[in-house]
Write a protein that binds this ligand. Structure first.
Ligand code: ATP
Length: 297
């Protein structure tokens, strides 16, 4: 499976571009879509899952063009939306059985087996008789991914799936997606949480104000930030200045002041050394330095 997005635009009423001339290719495996709030991620997801039509441009799923093959493409998709909610009266098992029926699984015996297997896979088998709306936040999200996977989709699209989850559930959810991504599928993971991408995705794109700011591997993005991350030993007074001047990534108290990590091409004579960037540094480098340079050019 391979997705190709060509010159895609979405203009909402009022004239603002939520997606702005986007060109992007998405190969098999786990693909991360990263960007700040309002970058256009949800709009792009909704276009890909056929819930919204673009203003212009084309999307190909292999050879199938989206606007001409909506029904066929829909049958290949599983979607976990950002605001996924449940039917309040249904038990966990009943909910998944219901979505399996909606997905066209008519044979009762086969459907029951598929539902039980899926509940096992997402770690909810023990909770099968609990009301879906009484599950914890992380369990609800796992039930959400179960409903997206029940018809064995080739493309799985998950929008901000780890927002609001505690660290343990976040890791559990990421591991679940990683396991699924070893199959012959595309998983598109939209997030503003850098850690979701660094631990799981082979390829990624960075969106900002509807435009593509970067496409490649997380390692490539990290490489672009080399030479731009500094660890500074600062006095209290210097720390206050540094905080005004540069994006500060972390601060640790040390004897007589602070050890501060900043993202910047230079540090104006402060006492510091360059350190190897990680994806969080690289994301900040891109948003703060590169994009500002472009918009000022
Ligand atoms: N229905 C709509 N009508 C008008 N403008 C919209 C609509 N939906 C989104 N927008 C605007 O389009 C832009 C992109 O929004 P979108 O929700 O796609 O971004 P996002 O990256 O998913 O952000 P978030 O993580 O906050 O959902 C934003 O400026 C938003 O205000």
């Amino acid at each position: 499976m391979h997705i190709k997005i060509e010159n895609l635009n979405k203009i909402y009423k009022g004239g603002s571009y939520a997606v702005n001339n986007l060109n992007l290719e998405i190969p098999n495996g786990m693909f991360g879509l990263l960007g700040p709030n309002g970058a256009g991620k949800s709009t792009l997801m909704r276009i890909l899952v056929t819930l919204m039509k673009p203003t212009s441009g084309k999307v190909y799923f292999n050879d199938l063009e989206l606007s001409k093959n909506r029904r066929e493409i829909r049958s290949m998709l599983g979607y976990l939306p950002q605001d996924f909610s449940f039917f309040s009266k249904l038990k966990t098992y009943e909910f998944l059985d219901y979505t399996a029926r909606l997905a066209g699984m008519k044979n009762g015996a086969l459907r029951r087996t598929a539902v039980d297997q899926m509940l096992e896979e997402v770690g909810l088998f023990e909770a099968r008789d609990r009301n879906a709306n009484k599950l914890s936040g992380g369990m609800k999200r796992r039930l959400g991914i179960a409903q997206a996977l029940i018809n064995d989709p080739q493309i799985i699209i998950v929008d901000e799936p780890t927002t609001g989850l505690d660290p343990e559930e976040r890791i559990r959810f990421r591991n679940l997606l990683s396991t699924i991504s070893t199959r012959d599928v595309i998983i598109i993971l939209s997030t503003h949480i850098v850690g979701d991408i660094s631990s799981t995705c082979d390829n990624m794109a960075l969106l900002n104000t509807g435009k593509l700011a970067f496409a490649g591997s997380p390692e490539q993005l990290v490489k672009e930030a080399e030479g731009n991350v500094w660890q500074i030993e600062a006095t209290e007074k210097e720390y206050l200045e540094i905080n005004e001047k540069y994006p500060v990534i972390s601060t640790i108290p040390i004897d007589g002041g602070w050890e501060v990590q900043v993202v910047s091409p230079e540090i104006d004579g402060y006492h510091g050394k360059q350190i190897a960037p990680n994806l969080e540094h690289a994301y900040v480098h891109f948003m703060e330095n590169k994009l500002n340079q472009w918009s000022n050019a």
